[in-house]
Ligand binder design. Structure first.
Ligand code: ADP
Ligand code: MG
Length: 340
């Protein structure tokens, strides 16, 4: 690996902040588990259109390679240096932003968690991934009451064929080229699966971009209900699993865009009028710290004017504040759509 491998055309944050000096200082560094700068920036090297372009392979990566991670984190999350992150996962009571159910099709809030003692999913070997899956599934299968559910492994072809279309839509696919280059797809679909409750409102992706993606989702605009369910489930899971957490950076994840709360709270919303006025929509979302994704997820296109609108920052802002900001932003977006 040499410095010139990061494409000149790249607009990624890693390209912006990885100076020759930092590169030289880090190129022979490694974490205790053998994660190197070379592995960390492979996705950014192979994909000039990356927006960030660097992944952490374990919790220690953030410290060992702090000279490159820190400026990227500060810019992405818009925080100042040394600010300590605090989480707040208390229940909230917000009005329904779309009581007539005319715009919002569904609400989804996910958080990511990684277990201590294991490398992240872009840097884990098969044997460890297997042990990890077993540990997570053990904890999930102990859940009771409204979060009682079943684990569905992606490994067995016979089972996969038996999934209904609705179930297939809930699952995750093999990662895209950005995740692939980072190493996230190794041994896919082995040791991967999804846990969900019979009503499908509570779901956990196992061994996707992080060890766990814990998801609360509902085909309504009840942001409080979706958030409060997630909070309750997390309290129970924290009793049986030990999650990687840092004093300054909160919960740690493989992609630096997710650290802190690790939370992405959003809705699928149909905006026929604003679809024709994307500049206005972009300024509204920006003003509320929201981002737009496509209908089928990150880096996909918007189909039939259905936007995925969710929070951009996950660090330096609490979970409760994220849902409140989303709620406030949606009220204004819906109001604008109505008046166009
Ligand atoms: P993340 O990695 O943040 O969980 P992605 O952008 O990769 O999210 O999307 C994951 C999946 O979740 C995609 O299939 C996407 O269509 C779906 N999804 C995202 N937001 C919503 C929502 N509000 N309602 C229904 N499905 C959603
Ligand atoms: Mg994703």
């Amino acid at each position: 690996m040499n410095f010139s491998m990061l494409p000149e055309t790249s607009k990624s944050l890693v390209k912006k902040y990885l100076t020759k000096e930092i590169f030289k200082a880090l190129k022979n560094e490694s974490t205790d588990s053998g994660f190197t700068l070379d592995k960390a920036i492979r996705s950014g090297i192979l994909n000039p259109d990356s927006s960030i372009g660097i992944y952490a392979g374990d919790a220690q990566s953030y410290k060992r390679f702090s000279t490159i991670f820190d400026p990227i984190i500060h810019e992405y999350h818009g925080i100042s240096k040394g600010k300590k992150h605090t989480s707040a996962l208390q229940s909230v009571h917000l009005t329904d932003p779309d009581p007539e159910r005319k715009y919002i099709l569904s609400t989804r809030i996910r958080i990511a968690r990684n277990l201590t003692g294991f490398n992240f999913t872009n840097h884990i070997d098969f044997a460890q991934r297997k042990i990890l899956e077993k540990k997570i599934v053990g904890a999930l299968c102990d859940l009771k009451g409204y979060v009682r559910g079943e684990y569905h492994s992606f490994e067995l072809p016979a089972k996969k064929a038996a999934f209904t279309l609705e179930e297939k839509k809930m699952q995750f696919e093999k990662g895209d080229r950005f995740q692939d280059a980072a190493g996230i797809n190794s041994d896919f679909p082995k040791c991967r699966g999804i846990f969900y409750t019979p009503d499908k409102r509570f779901r956990v992706w196992v061994n996707e971009e992080d060890h766990m993606r814990i998801i609360s989702q509902d085909s309504s605009s009840d942001i409080s209900g979706v958030f409060n369910l997630l909070c309750k489930a997390l309290v129970v899971l924290e009793q049986s699993l030990d999650f990687v957490k840092d004093d300054t950076y909160g919960y740690l994840t493989s992609c630096p865009s997710n650290i802190g709360t690790t939370m992405r709270a959003g809705v699928h919303i149909r905006l026929g009028k604003l679809n024709q006025n994307r500049t206005l929509l972009a300024s509204l979302t920006k003003a509320h710290g929201l981002q737009i994704r496509g209908t089928l997820g990150e880096k996909t296109r918007v189909d039939n004017a259905v936007f995925d609108i969710s929070n951009q920052r996950r660090l330096g802002v609490s979970e409760v504040q994220i849902v409140k900001n989303l709620h406030q932003g949606l009220l204004e977006i819906i109001d604008t759509e109505k008046n166009l």
